[in-house]
Design a protein. Structure first.
Length: 642
C-alpha cells in the first residue's frame, strides 16, 4: 500500500530540505547545492544558480552531496560540500563553496575533475533569471571586450538573445541593478520559455561549439559566479500571505476547449472496468499516433476507434509520415468507408522533422479531404514550442499544434510548478506567430515522450528502474495539483483543444489491472485511478460549458479556474506547495459545497473512485463572497457554488 509520502510526492521520501540564508539585503534558499529564489524584499532577482553535468544526449547526471559544512549567521554564510556525479561511463566530482556577505555579495565557486573519460554536452554553472525580468534593461560585458546595452526579451526569443558573455547586469528596480560576474568559461543566454521553463538561462559552453565533446580523465573544470547589487537597501524576505483566487467581476465567458486523452502506449485494449471509469472523464477525443509506413498501424487505428466509440469520443489522429508520404496517406484514405468514428483533426508530422514542412500538409489535404471533408489538418512541432518559434511557421495548415511537458531542464517539484504559467504564454506566442490560427496543445505529459535532441542512442532503463517517459508523480497528489494548474492556464489561453496523458497505465489516468511493472519505483494500486483522474473528471462533468475569467494572485502557490454549464458554477483549485497553506477563493457567492482530494482522502478516492465522485462534500459559508480554506500539501478541491 502506498505510504502518505508516496501518495503526496510519488516517491517514498520527503521533499528536499531547504535552508534559509541571508546575505545582507538579499534573502535566498539553499537546496541540494542550488541557490534558489534570491530576493531583494518582494522582488526576485535571480531564480536559481546551480551546476549541471549534462551527458551526450542532454540528460542530467544527478549529484550526490557529502561533507557538507555550514557557517550561517544572521547576515552572512559560508557553506562548502563535495559533489559526485556518476552514471554509466560518466564520473565527475567537484567541490563547491557558497558564501554571502553583509554588503549583499554572493559568490559560488566550483572546482571539479573528470575521473573518467566520457562525452559531455555541458559541465558547469547555469544562472536563471526569472520570467518577470522580461523587458528589463540589461548590460552585457562580452568576453571579447565590448559592452552591450539592451533589454531582456518580451516575446519568447527563438535563439540565444545574448552570446559571448563574461558579465551581465539587469535592472531589478528603477536605478537598481543586479550584477553577475561569470568566470572560468564563456557563457551565453537562452530563453527557456521556449520549453515552458519560467526563466532566461545563462549557461556555459556556447552551443556554436561542437557537441558532444570528449572530456579526458584528469581534466580540471573551475568556474565561479558572483552576484552583487551595489547600494541595495536593507530588506528581508516578506512573510507569505494567504494565496487568493479572484473570479473577475462580470467575468467574461469563453467556450471550454476540447479536452481529450491519448491512447495508452502499452498497447493493451481497455477493459470494461476501465471504460466505466474513463467515461466519467467524458473526453472529447482520443489521440492515436500512427506511422502508416510501418507494420501494425491499421490494428492500432481500429483499436483506437473501438475505444473512442466506447467512451463517446472522437479521434484525433497523429500521422508520422516518411518520405513515402503520398502512398501512406492514400492507404489511410482507403480506410475511410470502414471507419465508424468521427475524426476531429489530423496532426501531420514527418519522422525526420521536428516541425512539419508544407509539403506534407499539402499531400495530407489532397489525400484525406475527399474522404473526410471539413476535418482540419494541423501541423507544427512533434515536440516543443521551440521548433515553432524557430520557424518556418505552419501558416499553411488549418491549425497549429505543439506538445508540452515540464521536464526539459529541471525536474524538482518547484520547477515543474513554475512551468505552468508558461503554458499559457507559449499558446499566446504561437497564436501571434501564426496570425491567429487555432492552437492545439497535444499532448500534455509529465515527461518527454522521446528525446528530441539526442545525439546518440538512448540507453534502455537499468533493471528495476523506470523508463525515461515515466514519472512516479503521475500517481501522486502532486500530479493532480500540477494537472489542475496546467488546465487553469490552458483554459485561460486561446487554445481550442488540449490532449492530456494517456487513458491507462503509468503514463495515464488509471492503472492497469496488472499494476505497475516496477512497483518499487511506481507504487500504484492495480486497477485504480490516479488522483489526477478526478481533476479531469471534475472538468469533464461540465463538458460543453464555458470558462469564466479569473486570476490567481499567487500562481506559484495556488491555481484555480471556474466553469459554468447548465446553471452550475464550479471552481477547481489546487495548493501547488508541499506545505499546508491558507487560501481565499473569491467568487461572490455566499456558500459552496467543497470536496477535497488530499492526504486524508486520496486512498479512498482511488480505491472507491465512483463513490468518491458521487460525494457532494461539505457545505462551507463564504462571508462577503470569500471562501477561506486551509489546504493540505498538493490538495485539489472542487467547489460547487450555491
Amino acid at each position: 500500500m502506498p505510504s502518505e509520502r508516496v501518495w503526496t510526492y510519488g516517491r517514498d521520501q520527503d521533499a528536499p530540505a531547504r535552508t534559509e540564508l541571508q546575505a545582507g539585503p538579499l534573502a535566498l534558499l539553499l537546496e541540494r547545492g542550488e541557490l534558489l529564489s534570491i530576493q531583494l524584499g518582494e522582488r526576485e532577482v535571480v531564480r536559481r544558480i546551480y551546476v549541471a553535468v549534462r551527458d551526450r544526449n542532454w540528460g542530467t547526471v544527478p549529484p550526490v552531496f557529502t561533507n557538507v559544512r555550514q557557517e550561517i549567521g544572521p547576515e552572512t554564510f559560508r557553506i562548502s560540500f563535495d559533489v559526485d556525479h556518476r552514471e554509466r561511463e560518466i564520473h565527475f566530482t567537484w567541490k563547491g563553496v557558497v558564501s554571502g556577505e553583509r554588503d549583499g555579495t554572493i559568490r559560488y565557486t566550483m572546482d571539479g575533475e573528470a575521473r573518467t573519460t566520457f562525452l559531455r554536452n555541458r559541465i558547469g554553472f547555469c544562472v536563471l533569471h526569472p520570467d518577470a525580468s522580461a523587458g528589463a534593461r540589461c548590460r552585457i560585458v562580452h568576453a571579447s571586450g565590448p559592452v552591450e546595452e539592451s533589454r531582456l526579451p518580451e516575446a519568447i526569443s527563438p535563439y540565444q538573445p545574448f552570446k559571448d558573455i563574461r558579465a551581465i547586469a539587469h535592472e531589478v528596480a528603477p536605478g537598481q541593478w543586479a550584477e553577475l560576474l561569470l568566470e572560468g568559461e564563456v557563457f551565453e543566454m537562452e530563453d527557456q520559455r521556449n520549453w515552458t521553463d519560467a526563466s532566461f538561462k545563462t549557461y556555459c559552453t556556447p552551443l556554436r561549439l561542437p557537441f558532444p565533446a570528449e572530456i579526458a580523465a584528469g581534466t580540471r573544470v573551475q568556474q565561479s559566479v558572483t552576484l552583487r547589487i551595489p547600494g541595495a537597501p536593507a530588506a528581508r524576505r516578506p512573510a507569505p500571505r494567504a494565496a487568493t483566487y479572484v473570479l473577475s467581476s462580470g467575468a467574461a465567458h469563453r467556450p471550454l476547449p476540447s479536452i481529450g486523452l491519448g491512447v495508452a502506449s502499452h498497447g493493451a485494449a481497455l477493459s470494461g472496468r476501465e471504460v466505466e471509469l474513463l467515461r466519467a472523464v467524458r473526453p472529447s477525443h482520443l489521440r492515436v499516433d500512427l506511422a502508416p509506413g510501418e507494420a501494425g498501424w491499421e490494428g492500432a487505428l481500429h483499436r483506437a476507434e473501438g475505444e473512442a466509440i466506447a467512451l463517446g469520443a472522437a479521434l484525433e489522429i497523429a500521422l508520422v509520415l516518411s518520405d513515402a508520404a503520398a502512398d501512406e496517406l492514400r492507404a489511410v484514405a482507403r480506410l475511410a468507408p470502414a471507419l465508424r468514428c468521427e475524426v476531429v483533426r489530423w496532426l501531420v508530422f514527418h519522422a525526420r522533422e521536428l516541425a512539419t514542412s508544407e509539403r506534407w500538409v499539402s499531400l495530407a489535404r489532397e489525400a484525406l479531404s475527399p474522404a473526410w471533408p471539413g476535418v482540419p489538418v494541423a501541423a507544427g512541432a512533434r515536440a516543443y514550442f521551440t521548433e515553432l518559434n524557430r520557424g518556418p511557421l505552419p501558416t499553411f495548415a488549418d491549425q497549429v499544434v505543439f506538445s508540452v511537458n515540464p521536464q526539459i531542464h529541471a525536474f524538482d517539484d518547484a520547477s515543474l510548478v513554475e512551468t505552468l504559467r508558461m503554458q499559457r504564454l507559449t499558446v499566446e506566442n504561437a497564436s501571434r506567430l501564426s496570425g491567429g490560427k487555432p492552437i492545439v496543445v497535444s499532448p500534455v505529459t509529465l515527461k518527454p515522450r522521446f528525446n528530441a535532441v539526442a545525439t546518440g542512442p538512448v540507453p534502455p532503463p537499468a533493471p528495476g528502474e523506470l523508463p525515461d517517459q515515466v514519472d512516479p508523480r503521475q500517481m501522486s497528489l502532486f500530479g493532480a495539483a500540477w494537472t489542475l494548474g496546467s488546465l487553469a492556464n490552458i483554459l485561460a489561453s486561446v487554445a481550442v483543444s488540449a490532449t492530456y496523458y494517456e487513458t491507462t497505465g503509468w503514463r495515464g489516468l488509471v492503472e492497469t489491472a496488472a499494476g505497475s511493472p516496477v512497483p518499487e519505483r511506481f507504487a500504484s494500486l492495480p486497477g485504480c485511478p490516479f488522483p489526477l483522474f478526478h481533476v479531469l473528471a471534475d472538468l469533464g462533468e461540465l463538458r460543453g460549458g464555458t470558462v469564466l475569467a479569473g486570476e490567481s494572485r499567487a500562481p506559484l502557490r495556488l491555481e484555480a479556474f471556474t466553469l459554468e454549464a447548465d446553471g452550475k458554477l464550479r471552481t477547481l483549485a489546487a495548493n501547488l506547495t508541499d506545505q499546508p497553506a491558507p487560501a481565499v477563493i473569491e467568487a461572490g457567492r455566499g456558500a459552496g459545497w467543497v470536496r477535497v482530494l488530499g492526504r486524508t482522502s486520496v486512498e479512498r478516492a482511488c480505491r472507491e473512485p465512483l463513490r468518491f465522485r458521487a460525494e457532494r462534500g461539505q457545505r462551507v459559508a463564504a462571508p462577503g463572497g470569500q471562501l477561506r480554506l486551509e489546504l493540505e500539501p498538493y490538495a485539489t478541491l472542487r467547489i460547487d457554488w450555491e
